[in-house]
Design a protein around this ligand. Structure first.
Ligand code: DAH
Length: 376
């Protein structure tokens, strides 16, 4: 080094200048805080290039040290100043970007499509709430029912027309079960199955498994082999059963009247009309005054009312009556001790009245144009 042309001072100050140039060339490429930090380390850090040159100070003759020290400080300040300038510049660029960002406040997000409760389900739940409030439990029963519960224990004679293949869906027993008896096995209603034709078998199931007092309703789907504009092979009923000592038909009428008030609103007349069902005696159809036309109803005036009540002023909700002693006996309850009443109403008809839907089939076809009108 001693024989070099340049003195250490010349050499060092020249290299200092070169470092400053290198810094200035690299500075515009620093695009963020990390880039700036990298430059600071590269030039001024512990192992930085400018710091390395500074360590040469010791080898410089004392008279030159002052000038060289000054040069160092100038370069260091230039670098620090450059870093700060660039930092301010980057910050203002970032602020400008932020300010020029456009937020579209008119943006309307697409609504998530939520499902809704089917109108029949909503109706069923409303019925459940009303009967629960009156002290009834809500029970369920199987759709595939033993023939015995669907017919025999409800006092249907073996030759009753409802047992005809025309009316009832009979369910083939599982393979193997039928082959148990050799040849013509004895027909056994306890071992043959139907799709329940009504919710009344839940009465049987309840009486076989519970002691009175019994107060239950059992809503659910039932099945029959008819299919025309006003009948669907699948529809819904709600069964009611009240059994205790001293239950009378007055209790039946009062309960059903209370139900009509709660579901359709006050002021509608109700009536019981004698009718026959094998599992009740006496039996009656239960009608209520048409909630649409509120025609007087009495006397079946031919021109009264509206299309919904077929101009009678009355809407038929279903059957009812006092539980037949034979049914009590077949379900293990003593008819000398207990009395009771039962009813079975169509839920779908009530949903039609509730929502003003004129055709039962609209509920079951699954057409979204219909169902979307019931967002519940
Ligand atoms: N189960 C009958 C049907 O589907 C309706 C019925 C009538 C139910 C009288 C009852 C009743 O509980 O007492 O046609």
């Amino acid at each position: 080094m001693s024989d070099a042309k340049q003195t250490p001072e010349d050499d060092t100050s020249e290299r200092l200048r070169a470092e400053l140039e290198a810094f200035e060339a690299a500075l515009p490429a620093a695009a963020d805080e990390a880039g700036l930090y990298e430059l600071q380390v590269r030039f001024l850090g512990k192992k930085g290039s400018v710091t390395a040159l500074r360590k040469r100070m010791g080898k410089v003759p004392p008279e030159q040290r002052k000038a060289l020290g000054k040069a160092f400080n100038e370069v260091k300040q230039a670098i620090e100043g450059g870093l700060e300038r660039r930092r301010v510049e980057l910050e203002s660029q970032a602020r400008e970007r932020e300010l020029s960002r456009r937020v579209d406040l008119g943006f309307v997000p697409e609504r998530a499509r939520a499902g809704a409760v089917h109108p029949i389900t909503a109706t069923r739940r409303a019925l459940e709430v009303i009967f629960r409030r009156m002290g009834f439990d809500v029970l369920d029963g199987p759709h595939v029912e033993v023939e015995d519960y669907n017919f025999d224990r409800l006092n249907f004679e073996p030759e009753h027309p409802a047992r005809d293949m025309q009316d009832t869906f009979f369910v083939d027993p599982p393979a193997g079960a039928a082959a148990s008896g050799a040849g013509a096995a004895a027909w056994d209603p306890a071992k043959s199955f139907v799709l329940r034709t009504h919710t009344s078998p839940v009465q049987v199931r309840t009486m076989l498994s519970h002691r009175p007092p019994i107060r239950i309703v059992a809503p659910g789907t039932v099945f029959r082999r008819d299919d025309d504009p006003t009948h669907s092979p699948m529809f819904n009923q709600i069964e009611g059963l009240y059994v205790d000592r001293g239950v009378t038909m007055a209790d039946l009428k009062a309960t059903l009247y209370g139900f009509v008030r709660a579901f359709f609103g006050p002021g509608l007349m109700v009536r019981l009309r004698p009718s026959f069902f094998p599992f009740v005696e006496p039996g009656a159809e239960f009608d209520m005054q048409c909630p649409f036309c509120r025609a007087p109803g009495e006397g079946e005036q031919p021109n009264a009312g509206c299309g919904l009540c077929k101009h009678t002023g009355w809407i038929e909700l279903g059957g009812s009556g006092m539980v037949h002693p034979a049914v009590f006996e077949r379900c293990g309850l003593d008819p000398e001790v207990y009395t009771g009443w039962a009813f079975g109403f169509g839920i779908d008809r009530m949903a039609m009245l509730r929502y003003g839907v004129p055709n039962l089939k609209h509920f079951f076809e699954g057409d979204l144009r219909v169902l979307e009108q019931f967002p519940c």
